[in-house]
Design a protein around this ligand. Structure first.
Ligand code: ADP
Ligand code: UVW
Ligand code: MG
Length: 395
């Protein structure tokens, strides 16, 4: 069968990441990012055949960015675009797998938006723009939450009154499911273990960060909760804080809910702790030069990550391996080394030469001899979204 082409779209509130995936080819035919949408310096960046391009699209919104990029994608697809896969962060309890988009599914995504106010409205903008421009193309929503719908109730319930769960959906959902699924499948493949008899800890460390316990191909626990704010220290998100922080800041500083939300989601995490940057590369450089904030941010990040992994181990029958993925997990020997150093009680130890070699797409095992596996596996959410989209179009 000739290669089929799927456009994958990942919308943020002011950005669109996109990739044209030909499932039989490792490299994307074209990929890119439209950013600062809605502002006068909106810009579209894309990469094709290893050449990088940029185009200013002053005042461009999601729809006009898509109108610019879709003809380029069509051209790269030789006029043969077969479908569009959209990343939708929150699918609530309703969606346990990818869904073909129609008016009813779009309404359901809209109804879930109060649980993901920073994410779902952005996905809807992208979906509506793509449907308006390409009404004849089949379009699919792939949910970050879907993979975690196998969590047992003792892992997904909060200890709050039952009614808040039953009537208002207050529970843990988990996110980054597409990535946790992709790398745990790859881990089984590269180690020769059967997916249905395997047991992994996964650390997805990008701008958003989360851990996951994957047993027999299913998510059994994960660090993110009702929203993608719970759990680990992230680029600009605090992760876990005392739940009384909102009321404390309201009482003592007169802060509104919006101010505290903004602080926890956008001004915290690595950025807040370091006072310098949300970008791990910059923090590692600053740490080398003795920057105290960067040094502290890295220590807190690794300690909190290791605590979360130790907690996730409660959901495993045994440990077949720890997987590092995402921009930080795939590229930072320092973070992997510091995190594993806190996990001696799980028996983990690294071969530091192998650890140092796994950067920029180089994957492999990095554990010391006779210790449990530690694997660096590049994630590929776009490919997994394209595969899920194709699988649905074929049913
Ligand atoms: N060589 C590197 N060393 C340390 N951190 C890195 C390196 N390369 C990328 N990163 C970090 O990865 C993070 C971005 O991860 P990525 O998975 O690309 O993000 P997103 O979640 O937006 O897809 C940033 O903190 C960036 O600094
Ligand atoms: C859900 C989430 O945190 O996504 P991202 O890592 O893309 O911010
Ligand atoms: Mg990424």
């Amino acid at each position: 069968m000739p290669s089929r082409n799927i456009l994958v779209i990942n919308c943020g509130s002011s950005s669109i990441k996109f990739a044209l995936v030909k499932p039989d080819q490792a490299q994307f035919a074209i990929s890119g990012l439209a950013e600062r949408l809605g502002s006068t310096d909106a810009v579209l960046h894309w990469q094709r055949d290893n050449a990088k391009h940029s185009l200013a699209i002053a005042g461009g919104d999601h729809r006009s960015a898509l109108a610019h990029l879709l003809p380029m994608v069509q051209e790269a697809a030789d006029g043969q675009l077969h479908g569009i896969g959209h990343r939708v962060v929150h699918g609530g309890e309703r969606f346990t797998s990818a869904q073909r988009l129609d008016a009813e599914v779009i309404d359901a995504i809209r109804a879930i938006a109060p649980l993901a106010p920073l994410h779902n409205p952005a996905s809807l903008l992208g979906i509506e723009a793509a449907l308006a421009l390409y009404p004849e193309l089949p379009q699919v929503a792939v949910f970050d939450t879907a993979f975690h719908q196998t969590l047992p109730e003792h892992a997904y319930r909060y200890a709050v009154p039952q009614q808040l769960y039953r009537e208002h959906g207050v529970r843990r959902y988990g996110f980054h499911g597409t990535s946790h699924r992709f790398v745990s499948l790859r881990a089984a493949e590269v180690t020769g273990l059967a997916v249905t008899d395997s047991s992994w800890l996964v650390a997805h460390l990008g701008n958003g960060c989360s851990t996951c316990a994957v047993v027999d191909g299913q998510s059994r626990d994960t660090s993110m909760g009702m929203t993608p704010l719970e759990g680990l220290v992230m680029g600009t998100r605090s992760g876990d804080v005392d739940p009384n922080l909102h009321s404390h800041l309201a009482r003592t500083l007169g802060w509104s809910l919006e101010q505290t939300d903004r602080m926890l989601n956008h001004d915290s995490g690595l950025l807040g702790l370091s006072g310098l940057s949300n970008d791990m590369r910059s923090l590692e450089q600053a740490r080398e030069q003795g920057h105290a904030g960067a040094t502290l941010a890295i220590e807190v990040f690794c300690y909190r990550l290791s605590k979360s992994l130790a907690a996730m181990s409660c959901a495993l029958p045994r440990l077949d391996g720890l997987i590092f993925t995402g921009g930080i997990g795939e590229n930072s020997p320092l973070i992997r080394s510091k995190t594993v150093a806190h996990l001696r009680l799980l028996g983990l130890a690294l071969d530091e030469d192998a650890n140092a070699r796994c950067i920029r797409g180089v994957s492999g095992p990095i554990q010391a001899a006779d210790h449990p596996r530690v694997l660096v596996i590049p994630t590929n959410e776009e490919r997994q979204i394209a595969l899920d989209t194709l699988a649905l179009l074929d049913t």
